[in-house]
Design a protein around this ligand. Structure first.
Ligand code: SAM
Length: 356
């Protein structure tokens, strides 16, 4: 036990561990050690962000996808998925509704939908930027070349979410079709960073074939990239994918890794994800108590929410946007934190990176 506690102290003090140390710590975690880790993570979180929990309005605007990721419910080969695509007006209507509810960050997420071309996305971002000059615009629309990312940025996008999914090349190949590679995914992240986006990356916890050694590689990559946001959530099987019989990731390991990431990158924005709320009714609250400080309620129109089904039993597909937001506000208050509606920029910006 002392060896593990010593590693937590080392992480807290130096903000880094070696690959071997990460694998050792992840394999040897215990409930007692986790509680200790969470107490340190909460202190770090409070030191930088107080009791503030940032909200982002998530608009899942298309579930068409040209990719065929083996874990994902909206993969191209899933003929049973009920496909939808919101047009620009419908997306703007979601932003207006969100704005009235207090949201100052919109996250536009979709599958890699060929009908949303680069020019169409640029126009969409421009319109949102013009209508909502005080809001942050986050894109999560997959892999593009650097010049396209630059055009989105010039049109007014300020943040980009792209999980690296897994650092390891062989592991990546077991989760994805041949056309996709870990190397290209990571190059996209470096390009986004280079352009000046606030970048979010991350991975699924308990993805099929994942091991503590592979997670150690993910932790080293997070340290190297030093992103503004890290999104991790449990893998949850979807019944119409090749991974339908694979076991889901656990809440316990997700919380442990949230605590570790908070100590490694203390100023990072760390969402308590919908997937975490899906595997346990108190998942998001427990995520906050382990170091998370962002929640992303859904602003998509109610009629399409059930169709953006990345995994089974996804929560919040029935409520109105206002209900979603109110429920999160109550749940957050119940554990002593408060929802704030500002843009919620990361303190982990390049000029602030000394402590990260
Ligand atoms: N197309 C964009 C992209 O590639 O980043 C955004 C959409 S993609 C569906 C968003 C994220 O959903 C992925 O990065 C993946 O980690 C997560 N995801 C997909 N299927 C999942 C599953 N079965 N369980 C948990 N998370 C899943």
């Amino acid at each position: 036990m002392e060896k593990y506690t010593a590693l937590i102290h080392k992480l807290h003090k130096t903000r880094r561990l070696s690959g071997k140390e990460w694998a050792f710590l992840i394999s040897g975690r215990t409930p007692k050690l986790s509680e200790y880790l969470f107490s340190l993570a909460r202190k770090e979180q409070e030191h930088y962000y107080g009791k503030d929990i940032f909200v982002r309005g998530l608009i899942e605007f298309s579930n068409y996808c040209k990719n065929d990721c083996l874990y994902c419910g909206i993969r191209r080969s899933n003929r049973k998925a009920c496909r939808y695509r919101l047009d620009e007006d419908a997306i703007l209507a979601c932003c207006h509704e969100g704005y009235a509810l207090g949201f100052r960050t919109f996250v536009l997420q979709s599958g890699e939908d060929a009908s949303y071309t680069k020019d169409r996305l640029v126009n969409l971002v421009r319109k949102i930027r013009k209508n909502f000059p005080d809001c942050a615009i986050t894109l999560s629309v997959g892999e593009w070349d650097k010049s396209s990312y630059q055009e989105f940025f010039d049109a007014g996008a300020d943040r980009y979410l792209l999980r690296h999914e897994t650092y390891n090349t062989n592991h990546y190949a077991k989760l994805h079709p041949k056309a996709l590679s870990a190397k290209n995914r990571r190059q996209c992240l470096w390009d986004l960073k280079d352009i000046g986006y606030q970048v979010g990356t991350g991975f699924m916890v308990g993805a099929p074939y994942q091991t503590p050694e592979l997670l150690a590689e993910d932790m080293l990559f997070l340290k190297e990239l030093n992103p503004q946001m890290v999104g991790i959530g449990p893998f949850i099987p979807h019944h119409d994918t090749p991974f339908k019989d694979k076991p889901a990731g656990t809440m316990e390991l997700t919380l442990f890794l949230l605590g570790c990431i908070r100590l490694m990158l203390p100023k990072v924005l760390l969402p308590a994800t919908t997937a975490l709320g899906t595997i346990h009714p108190r998942g998001r609250e427990l995520g906050i108590l382990s170091g998370a400080n962002v929640v992303m309620p859904n602003l998509s129109p109610q009629g399409v929410r059930k169709s953006y089904l990345l995994y089974d039993n996804k929560i919040c597909t029935g409520e109105e946007s206002a209900q979603c937001r109110d429920m999160l506000e109550q749940k957050t208050a119940s554990i002593g934190y408060r929802i704030v509606t500002s843009r919620g920029d990361s303190l982990n910006m390049p000029q602030n990176a000394a402590n990260s």
